[in-house]
Structures are given as C-alpha cells and as structure tokens.
Design a protein around this ligand. Structure first.
Ligand code: ATP
Ligand code: MG
Length: 246
C-alpha cells in the first residue's frame, strides 16, 4: 500500500514528560489505521503533532512530498488532513447545518456553495433531519456526528477521528463503523483513536499501539490482539480470550 502520510521518529515533550517518543509509522492511501493504547499513552498528542496544534520536539510528518512540521492547523487542513477532537467542539449557538458549513468555508467563501456541500455531508452522515437544531441542544452522539460531518465538509483525503465512538450506544457505534467503511470505499484514509476494541478491530487494516509514548506494536488486528506485549500493556486477557474464541 502506497504511504500517504509518513510519520518519522516523532518525539513530543512537555517539559520533562515525553508524551511521544521516536514514533514512526505510515498511513497508506485508502487505509484505515487504528491507533490504540492506554490512557495517557500519547494518542491525542500524536494527533496534535500531525495536525499542527503542537510542534513536535523532533521528527517529521511527510505528506505529499512535504514536511508538515511547522505548518499551522488551517494549512494542514487545507492540504487535505481533517480531524475531530476528543472533547467535542460543537458550535453551540449555530445550527447543525451551520456547524457543518464552517468546514465547507475552508475552500469557498460562497454561502450557497457551502450550503450545497453541507447538504451532501448532512445526508451522508444521517444528520439532515436535525439540520436546524442548535448545537447546544444536541445529544453527545449527534455532537460527535457533527464533528465528523464538519471535518468531512473540508473535503479531506485523510480523516483523523479521536474517540468519536466514546459514549455512544451499540447502534450508534455500528453507524459510525459503517460510515468509516463508506469513507474508505470513497477513497479516504482514516486514522482512528478508539478504546472500544469491538469497534476499532473489525474496521482497521492496520493497528498501531502506543504505550507510555512509544510504539510497542504495529500489525494487522489479528496480530495485535494476540501480541503478548499489547495484551499486558493494554488489552488484558478479556479481549484476548474473547477474540480467540470467535
Ligand atoms: N498540553 C499538555 N501539557 C502537558 N502535558 C500534556 C499535555 N497534553 C498531554 N499531556 C500529557 O501527555 C501524556 C499523553 O497524553 P495524551 O492526551 O496524548 O494521551 P492519550 O493517549 O490521548 O490518552 P486518553 O486515552 O486518555 O485520551 C499524558 O501524560 C498527558 O498528561
Ligand atoms: Mg486522548
């Protein structure tokens, strides 16, 4: 698989705390990469480094022949990498439609055009019936969906989702899983941080495991669930035993 994003030896420090240490992996064209690991492993920090919210202490993030390190978040988004936030950032005084339009305004200043783009995305994400609801009045599941829709409205090649299934019920999780696979079928690449193994494992082509800032494993989901180091650091016997049975 041709790499679209190459993360090379990325290190991020907060004072003496090393949140990411020498992390390297690639995200292929049309690939879903799952990024897992215990709380505080450095997953969100890595997202912030890739998307320009943090400047890494060392390392490179190559995309389309250029290094993204040093670029601002809006520049990286304009190049085709969109992300959602673990702590959702719904614009509360705006309707669902307006929230999604803010994404579309990255590429157009025309309100009508932004509305057209938003309409397509609202449809694809099942939000059309709620397009006039204010952000403040949404459930957590809908807020997370709006986050994804707003990111999609920037027309990304790579979509990065940070725990967009946390707090959702089984049906809602299934919907997001299906959406991820649809986006892949349309040609997008996805980097997905998730603690719900039943959601991330079936849809990932490849899984990268972080622990205490370091990459401890990388491989196909079936390899990762049977990796002793990953089981000890994160998965525990429960998920391991369950996945062995099925
Ligand atoms: N802005 C910051 N300033 C100082 N320390 C930070 C900052 N952001 C993260 N950290 C620390 O870096 C480490 C990695 O945090 P990070 O949020 O990346 O973990 P995570 O893998 O996303 O965890 P979770 O699964 O709980 O979301 C933690 O020890 C955290 O306290
Ligand atoms: Mg996090």
């Amino acid at each position: 698989m041709k790499p679209l994003i190459e993360i090379h030896n990325l290190t991020m420090k907060f004072g003496s705390l090393v949140a990411n240490e020498d992390v390297s992996f690639t995200i292929g064209e049309n690939e879903i990469v799952g990024l897992i690991g215990p709380n505080g492993a450095g997953k969100t920090t890595l997202f912030n480094c890739i998307t320009g919210f943090y400047k890494p202490y060392a390392g490179h993030v190559m995309y389309g022949g250029r290094d993204l390190v040093g670029l601002a978040p809006y520049q990286i988004c304009r190049l085709g990498i969109a992300r959602t936030f673990q702590i959702v950032k719904t614009l509360n005084e705006m309707t669902v439609e307006e929230n999604v339009m803010t994404g579309a305004f990255l590429h157009t200043a025309n309100r009508k055009k932004a509305q057209q783009i938003a309409a397509e995305i609202l449809d694809a994400t099942g939000l059309t019936p709620k397009k006039n609801v204010l952000g403040a009045n949404l459930t957590i599941a809908d807020r997370k969906r709006v986050e994804i829709a707003r990111a999609l409205a920037t027309a990304p090649r790579v979509l990065m989702l940070d725990e967009c299934m946390a707090g959702l019920n089984q049906t809602e999780i299934k919907d997001v899983m299906a959406l991820c696979l649809q986006l892949k079928a349309k040609g997008l690449s996805l980097l997905i941080v998730e603690h719900i193994m039943e959601a991330i494992m079936p849809i990932s082509d490849k899984v990268v495991v972080l622990n205490a800032g370091r990459k401890i494993a990388e491989g196909k989901p079936e390899q990762i669930v049977n990796n002793e180091q990953v089981i000890q650091a994160y998965l525990g016997e429960r998920y391991h035993a369950k996945s062995k049975k099925s």
